[in-house]
Write a protein that binds this ligand. Structure first.
Ligand SMILES: Nc1ncnc2c1ncn2[C@@H]1O[C@H](COP(=O)(O)OP(=O)(O)OP(=O)(O)O)[C@@H](O)[C@H]1O
Length: 487
């Protein structure tokens, strides 16, 4: 799929802009022939993200660099990093052994690496500072680091540590061995996911987005390539260099007002993902049993009032940064919201648009507005009405949700008024127990990684190349590093 790195809104584009070539990583490091995990499609060809004029974000104050991650306090990898830090005072590039390049994008390459001697594995994003400075992209690196530092959520990356060398800026995160959803979709029959699988992935992304919006972060770059599959089959939304940070005022929506509102399904948990309410707890699965009930069961049994379903509507927290107006032109052509293309200024509603495109692509194997070139795509996004293919046949609820998300006018789009809650209550998600979704069985669990098979000794040629890296001379060790191939 085509992509560009720098482009302009519709009204400022020339014909040259429309036909920008697809992004390609310059070269790929070949290490460890055998792999037990999926490599990124991005490393060869990808729908790169578009960005111009990020200046409107630069004035926001930086997020604290010292935010604790309570959900990670017992995490073995966290402990391994802390152990090295207490032993050596700092954690740096020399503590890691790079094993394999996992993928590369516009601002860096990501490597699988081992914390030397600890049998603890991570993904390290390595960015060449000089190259980024030359391309005016240091701000993106900073944005991503600051956002990652602030996150502590099961479906978002954990930044274990970050450090700089003279040449490189490095982010150490959790390694996801399942590859990305773009690659995973290619392996499905007909290159499409079934509705049940889509429901699972979209539900997890929705929770991640809701959390981001509550922190005042508009993600802006949702696409299957940016959704990675963790070791346990749950997802991790990655790549925050195009995100927008802004201030947000969480508002408590009065619960008495809520009872008067027609909820499409009274069993939905309407509280934000971060707070688990006992009334929503269903012990075994995050999808309520009625989702799997046979037709016969449905006929035989009249719905009984179940304790788990007697949910009094809880106070609803609305924390959508809808008011923010960014004029940046960022995203990926097929996923760009109309208000970005028309350069009207945009806020968090762009994330709900991209969720609609994402849902469509996972189900139908293509995006809804793709044209014969980038210009055609953008024109279609703005002017063409939404159509569904004849096959596969998807439920009315699914089409209704996509329609609601792909409303061209952001103010009329689903979730504009009440944020993620509005989407969670849509019948498409019937049966999803939002509070316990982490306990649900994922559609697919990646094969376990045998790290020892990847950790083959590096070649002497590569070791020599590593010597050229900006590692502090006194810290240089032989045999611990592999070649970096950038851009
Ligand atoms: N934690 C991870 N575990 C496994 N693979 C990863 C991880 N993080 C990134 N990757 C792989 O590396 C690729 C590049 O990473 P990333 O998207 O963060 O780079 P980028 O330079 O910011 O890309 P973009 O051009 O989209 O801005 C991803 O597509 C992904 O497949």
């Amino acid at each position: 799929m085509s992509s560009v790195k720098e482009t302009k809104p519709l009204d400022q584009m020339s014909s040259k802009d429309w036909s920008a070539p697809a992004t390609q990583c310059s070269s790929v490091l070949k290490v460890g022939e055998k792999t037990d995990f999926v490599e990124s499609g991005k490393s060869s060809m990808c729908r790169g993200s578009t960005s111009t004029d990020l200046s409107d974000e630069s004035s926001y104050s930086t997020l604290s660099s010292n935010i604790s991650k309570p959900h990670k306090s017992n995490d073995a990898q966290w402990e391994a990093i802390q152990a090295v830090r207490s032993r050596d005072g700092v954690v740096g590039l020399n503590h890691f052994r790079l094993l394999k390049r996992l993928g590369c994008g516009d601002i860096g390459s990501v490597y699988l690496c081992e914390l030397s001697g600890m049998k603890s594995y991570f993904a390290m994003k390595v960015m060449d500072k000089v190259s980024l400075e030359g391309r005016n992209k240091l701000l993106r690196v900073e944005t991503e680091r600051e956002i990652l530092q602030s996150l502590d959520h099961p479906f978002l990356p954990t930044l274990y540590t970050h450090f700089e060398t003279d040449k490189f800026s490095c982010l150490v995160m959790e390694f996801c061995p399942g590859g990305d959803l773009h690659m995973l979709r290619q392996r499905q029959p007909g290159k499409r996911f079934c509705e049940q699988a889509v429901k699972f992935y979209v539900a997890e992304i929705l929770l991640a987005m809701e959390y981001l919006h509550m922190l005042g972060i508009v993600y802006r770059d949702l696409k299957p390539e940016n959704v990675l599959v963790r070791e346990d089959g749950h997802i991790m939304l990655t790549d925050f260099d195009l995100s927008l940070r802004c201030s947000v005022n969480p508002t408590l929506v009065n619960s008495t007002n809520l009872t008067n509102q027609p909820l499409s399904n009274s069993s939905y948990c309407i509280q934000p993902s971060s707070c688990i309410q006992p009334s929503c707890v269903v012990p075994t699965s995050c999808f309520s049993p009625r989702l799997f009930r046979s037709k016969k069961d449905k006929k035989d049994k009249k719905p009984k009032p179940e304790v788990g379903n007697q949910v009094t509507p809880l106070p609803e927290l609305m924390a959508e940064p809808t008011g923010v107006r960014s004029m940046s032109f960022v995203g990926t052509h097929e996923y760009l919201a109309p208000e970005i293309i028309k350069n009207e200024g945009h806020g968090s509603a762009v994330d709900w648009w991209t969720l609609g495109i994402f849902l469509y692509e996972l189900l139908f194997g293509k995006t809804p507005f793709k044209g014969s070139n980038n210009r055609g795509t953008l024109m279609n996004v703005v002017g063409q009405s939404l159509r569904f293919p004849d096959s596969p046949v998807v439920s009315f609820a699914t089409r209704d949700l996509i329609r609601g998300l792909l409303v061209k006018e952001p103010k009329n789009r689903l979730a504009y008024k009440r944020g993620a809650t509005e989407i969670k209550q849509h019948p498409f998600f019937e049966g999803v127990n939002w509070a316990l979704i982490r306990c649900a069985s994922p559609p697919e669990i990646p094969k376990p990684v045998v790290y020892e098979r990847i950790a083959s000794p590096v070649t002497s040629v590569l070791e020599k190349k590593v010597a050229a890296l900006a590692i502090a001379p006194e810290k240089k060790e032989s045999g611990n590093y592999l070649e970096f191939d950038f851009f």
